[in-house]
Design a protein around this ligand. Structure first.
Ligand SMILES: [Zn+2]
Length: 429
């Protein structure tokens, strides 16, 4: 049961990564421990063969790569992509709301949040704070309250008899979480609370909080679920699961071949940002690594874009095409959309199936119902930007974009085994 150990470590990874900044920081520690060297985009780089490197942008996106011992212009790069962000509620810049002695925070909906499950949950708060420290320096600090500090109470059914039939959610008025009770004359600002938290967590005394990006998250920890532990439940499974799988694949393979992992922020809001998949981050790293050989290197390369897929829900069977309803624990899902919402083509799908078959592992294929719209991911964006042959794949899950999502306990490990083999494969195309 190798997948049990794999999932235990995955659970730790998820629990220590409540935001994209924390996810990147978690990946950084693991890369450091595995001997990878951090590169700064402001510096000159001189890259050696047979070395591991990583580059971080905005603290929330990361490119990690292993140079291999061949000329990349003729051997290509085995690339895996994923995204670090998940839909959530982010704290507004001037968030304080005081009503009847309740101190609440105004929140902005980030990405396509499934809002209903956010009610009546124990919420914690984490993210990045930029502050002026005692020495007069501006610095970024990560904060994570770790314990439940907020709650969005449902309105009781007695006060809304129609709740089970037609309750809808107004994101402006219904969502502000309650943080504490205060007296009439209380003037506590959210910045004061943040300064206290930063001091308690990292010992840094803030002269002033200058900015922050903070999000609420479910305080309940990731956990095995199911009578036989068939499932793993967690917040942010989409898409920290794929970040974890990509990272494990890169760290646990070595050898002669060049391999790369890119984990971008901002996928949930369209990927157009300095560190998003529509931005220039990956291209900038490849330009500096491959130099004049980049076009040839890309022609020898393949990108596997990993992002979770929708498992067919036993209570809503008609939401999937009858021949393309992925089942949890029956293997990763090759995502096909000929209208290019997914970048998979028959060649990239074939290579995946071939490797997976060689290892004796299962795989499934998804195509959306012809009368429904299709989601998308970073695959087509990266394919379009780089011109690299791309596969979109993902572990099937339930409840995508809910505050807590469910996967099968075997599928992550299966995808890891195939990606690890892909990353050390001598010939791609
Ligand atoms: Zn996703």
């Amino acid at each position: 049961m190798e997948h049990v150990e794999f999932n235990k470590d995955l659970i730790e990874f998820l629990n220590s990564s409540p935001t994209p900044w924390h996810a990147v920081s978690t990946m950084k520690s693991r890369l450091d421990a595995a001997g990878f060297e951090q590169l700064d985009e402001r510096d000159d780089w001189s890259l050696d063969r047979n070395r591991g490197y990583y580059v971080i942008r905005n603290g929330s996106s990361i490119v990690a790569f292993r140079t291999g011992n061949k000329d990349v212009s003729t051997s290509g790069i085995r690339m895996v992509g994923a995204h670090t962000d998940s839909p959530c509620l982010k704290v507004k810049p001037n968030p304080e709301l005081r009503r009847k002695g309740y101190f609440q925070l105004g929140v902005e909906v980030y990405g396509g949040v499934l809002l209903n499950p956010w009610f009546d949950r124990d919420l914690s708060l984490a993210g990045r704070v930029t502050l002026l420290d005692e020495a007069g320096e501006v610095q970024d600090v990560l904060v994570d309250f770790r314990k439940p500090v907020g709650f969005i109470p449902s309105l009781a059914i007695h006060l809304d008899r129609e709740a089970n039939n037609n309750r809808s959610i107004n994101a402006q008025t219904d969502l502000p979480p309650v943080l504490m009770q205060v007296s009439e004359d209380d003037t506590t600002s959210f910045a004061d609370l943040l300064s206290q938290q930063v001091a308690a967590e990292s010992g840094i005394k803030a002269r002033k909080v200058l900015g922050y990006e903070l999000s609420f998250y479910e305080a309940q920890r990731a956990e095995f679920v199911g009578l036989r532990n068939e499932f793993v439940a967690s917040a942010r499974m989409d898409n920290l699961l794929s970040c974890y799988i990509g990272l494990q694949s890169l760290i646990h393979t070595s050898g002669d071949e060049a391999a790369l992992l890119v984990c971008n922020d901002h996928e949930e809001v369209g990927s157009m940002s300095a560190e998003g998949a529509q931005g220039p981050f990956l291209t900038a790293v490849l330009d500096r690594w491959c130099g004049a050989g980049k076009a040839r290197a890309i022609a020898h390369s393949m990108m596997i874009s990993a992002d979770n897929a929708h498992g067919v829900h036993p209570n809503y069977l008609d939401k999937h095409d009858e021949n393309h309803g992925p089942i949890l624990n029956q293997g990763p899902v090759i995502k096909v959309n000929h209208n290019q919402r997914y970048a998979t083509n028959s060649r990239s799908a074939a290579l995946y199936r071939h490797i997976s078959d060689e290892l004796g592992l299962p795989h499934q294929t998804f195509v959306v119902r012809s009368d429904m719209g299709c989601g998308s991911t970073i695959g087509p964006l990266t394919a379009g930007n780089l011109g690299v042959t791309t596969l979109d794949i993902g572990v099937p899950q339930f409840g995508m974009h809910s505050i807590r999502e469910l996967i099968g306990a075997e599928d992550g490990f299966t995808l890891f085994r195939v990606l690890a083999e892909f990353m050390q494969r001598e010939k791609v195309f």
